[in-house]
Design a protein around this ligand. Structure first.
Ligand code: CP
Length: 310
């Protein structure tokens, strides 16, 4: 693969390979000196057309720890605000001879459009409702490290599934690695039958949580509702919020995850999110840097004259 646009384009062994590659970077990131410098001389451009804290910073940190010249395009101050098209922006970044371009965009498919126009690897940092592949990988790595395996685990993904690129990438990654995936949420925020991708859907939170090994909570994405039904915060917490009482339905050693940013007191209570015995929220962020280092390394191998992959 030249690009990383979605988990859907990867074979199960390729997903496992990226997770294995990320393991070495977890150890490097925990050391006092974190530099490797194998990407020295390469230029990485991060172009985020949508807000981000975790993904943007971790891609920047990942590139810097690997020695790349990492620059961020500040979209709010860029010529896209003067009406420059996405394709012209892509051609402009390409003319600067970038070696890697990381894109987040509000439109599904925009990252593919850019990938078709440039000569270097493109990494999808989240495009609309489509995919967020490095989130799927970092979540899979977090689960694998905490549980020792992924195959056979019951993973309940709860909340606004319909608008969630995180859910889509996780469903693809976890089903490829043989987990049993359940989706739980309001009927209006669950995918239609045609898009269910081999998972079981629940609208009753207690039923969906029953015996789950991993519970992944999602943010209610008000910015993507397109005028559809939005439950009020109170209604949402009442029916689909993760409370300690509800979590008791899951397996006794349940692992709780959230990609962030969290709406505390709506989809997840702070008592759960802040309990390190149960919650993997900060570990997910840590794994995000390692996974992104692995992806930057692997996708530039051919460019660096190192044997590539697949
Ligand atoms: N999980 C995630 O993508 O977070 P950011 O939007 O802060 O990057």
């Amino acid at each position: 693969h030249r690009h990383l646009l979605g988990i859907g384009e990867l074979q199960p062994h390729e997903i496992a390979f990226l997770l294995d590659e990320a393991e070495q970077w977890v150890a490097v990131n925990r050391a006092a000196t974190k530099h490797d410098d194998r990407l020295a001389g390469l230029t990485q451009i991060n172009a985020f057309f949508e807000n981000s804290t975790r993904t943007l910073l971790s891609f920047e940190i990942a590139g810097k720890r690997l020695g790349a010249d990492t620059v961020n395009m500040h979209v709010a101050q860029s010529s896209t605000k003067k009406g420059e098209t996405l394709i012209d922006t892509a051609k402009t970044l390409n003319a600067m001879r970038a070696d890697l371009i990381v894109i987040r965009h509000q439109s599904s498919g925009a990252v593919q459009l850019i990938a078709d126009k440039v000569d270097c690897p493109v990494l999808n940092a989240g495009d609309g409702r489509h995919e967020h592949p490095t989130q799927g990988l970092l979540d899979a790595l977090t689960i694998r490290r905490r549980k020792g395996r992924i195959a056979g685990l019951v993973v309940a993904i709860c909340g606004d599934i319909l608008h969630s690129r995180v859910a889509r990438s996780n469903i693809l990654a976890l089903t490829a690695l043989a987990a049993e995936v359940r989706l739980i949420g309001p009927p209006t925020l669950l995918p239609t039958a045609i898009e269910r991708m081999g998972v079981t859907c629940f609208t009753d939170m207690d039923a969906g949580l029953d015996g789950a090994d991993v519970v992944m909570m999602l943010r209610l994405q008000n910015e993507r509702m397109d005028g559809g039904f939005i439950p009020s915060a109170r209604e949402y917490r009442h029916f689909w919020g993760l409370t300690e009482q509800r979590l008791a339905r899951a397996a006794p050693d349940v692992l709780v995850m959230h990609p962030g940013p969290m709406n505390r007191g709506i989809e997840i209570d702070s008592a759960i999110a802040d309990d390190p015995a149960v919650s993997a929220v900060t570990e997910q962020v840590e794994m995000g840097v390692a996974v992104r280092m692995a992806c930057l390394d692997v996708l530039t191998r051919r460019r660096r004259g190192v044997e590539g992959w697949a």
